[in-house]
Design a binder for this molecule. Structure first.
Ligand code: KG4
Ligand code: ZN
Length: 357
């Protein structure tokens, strides 16, 4: 193992993640306790329920992360924990536990920004992704384009004015009752949409291209979400399906929505690439785009982004799916990156607080 050795704790949303990562980017342990099934049963995340589940699981998850890694608390160099953005009730559970562990072993505590952690994960396995690089972060709660300039310095180019792409996909999956299909019963909404879309026609239904008249890097997914709901309702009527039934055109609708999401993401990413070029924000010889966040698990969307990259001379990097969704590894790695530039960690444990969005 190479120093620093960091325990990462992630509880910003619905996954309790704890992991130990070393200075060479080796993952010594990776424990994720997912609340997905509970939230699918409730039709969405209910914050107090998420908090209670984090509280139930965090102790065991952290213990197992240390045990799997074969290190004791005292052997660590720091504890890193997500403090923003996220659900405040959930964030607090992680922070309190991180503080407890840091206090027990007199370790520094490193507050971590969840979205920035998503952006840096790729450097664990691909150290050639040097700063600065362009990053597109797409998840269930966020959508943004930024230039990562240093582990703790990001230049925001644009973000969503309303919903995130994962939110649009999750809502569509729920509206289409994809859970009633056995192959989709246990999947995240976006994954279910991807699975169905694979056997549908992406041009079957027409979706508008959001913000087509704006020449900036912001996003909007509320219109796509709304169009999907409207189309689902009219298809239901047209096919006269029973209450629990899935409409026969669900695959076409999923494919068309997924295509529309991909198109919008590509459109804005292309703008960001042009902007970076015009402003000289990225080095000429090394133009790179890093895509991460849960929606980056989507093969159709990343294939489209890769084509845009190819056309504009950008190399496109996407971490493996396991590292795109929420986990403790990315938080631990962000801690390593911050320690390396001398920006990580405080021993004044009570000075660290959450900053919920
Ligand atoms: O990053 P993440 O795990 O949590 C947040 O920070 O939000 O992202 C979760 C989101 C959910 O909306 C989920 O439906 C979506 O990522 N997602 C996908 C896929 N797998 C997960 N979206 C599209 N295609 C997938 N294969
Ligand atoms: Zn995330």
């Amino acid at each position: 193992v190479r120093r620093p050795l960091v325990l990462g704790i992630e509880t910003s949303c619905d996954d309790t993640g704890c992991a130990v990562v070393d200075g060479a980017g080796r993952v010594l342990s990776d424990v994720v306790h997912s609340q997905l099934q509970v939230h699918l049963d409730h039709g969405g995340i209910i914050p107090p329920i998420a908090r209670d589940l984090h509280a139930q699981n965090i102790g065991a998850a952290a213990e197992r992360a240390l045990r799997d890694a074969g290190v004791s608390l005292a052997e660590l160099d720091a504890v890193a924990v997500t403090v923003r953005p996220g659900l405040s009730l959930s964030l607090l559970v992680g922070l309190r536990h991180a503080r407890l562990l840091a206090r027990q072993a007199s370790l520094p505590l490193i507050p971590v920004h969840h979205m920035r952690a998503h952006a840096l994960t790729v450097r664990m396995a691909a150290p050639e992704v040097a700063f600065p690089f362009l990053t597109l972060l797409i998840s269930g709660g966020h959508c943004l384009l930024a230039v990562a300039q240093a582990p703790d310095r990001f230049l925001l180019l644009g973000a969503s004015r309303d919903d995130a792409p994962g939110e649009a996909l999750d809502k569509a999956a729920r509206r289409l009752k994809l859970r009633n299909l056995p192959e989709c019963a246990t999947l995240a909404g976006g994954r279910a949409v991807e699975l169905l879309a694979a056997r549908g026609d992406p041009h079957a239904f027409e979706f508008p291209l959001p913000l087509s008249q704006y020449r900036d890097c912001s996003f909007s997914f509320a219109g796509l979400k709304f169009t999907a709901q409207k189309l689902a309702a009219s298809e239901e009527q047209r096919h006269d399906v029973v209450a629990s039934g899935v409409i026969p055109t669900a695959a076409d609708l999923c494919a068309s929505l997924q295509h529309a999401v991909a198109r919008h993401l590509c459109h804005r990413t292309q703008r960001a690439m042009d902007y970076c070029q015009a402003r000289g924000l990225l080095p000429d010889g090394a133009r790179r785009l890093v895509v991460s966040g849960g929606v980056a698990c989507n093969g159709y969307i990343t294939a489209c982004l890769r084509r845009v990259g190819e056309a504009l001379g950008f190399e496109v990097y996407v971490p493996p799916p396991r590292l795109c969704t929420d986990n403790g590894v990315m938080i631990a790695w962000k801690g390593v990156e911050l320690l390396r530039v001398g920006r990580g960690g405080t021993r004044d444990l009570d000075s660290v607080d959450i900053e919920a969005r």
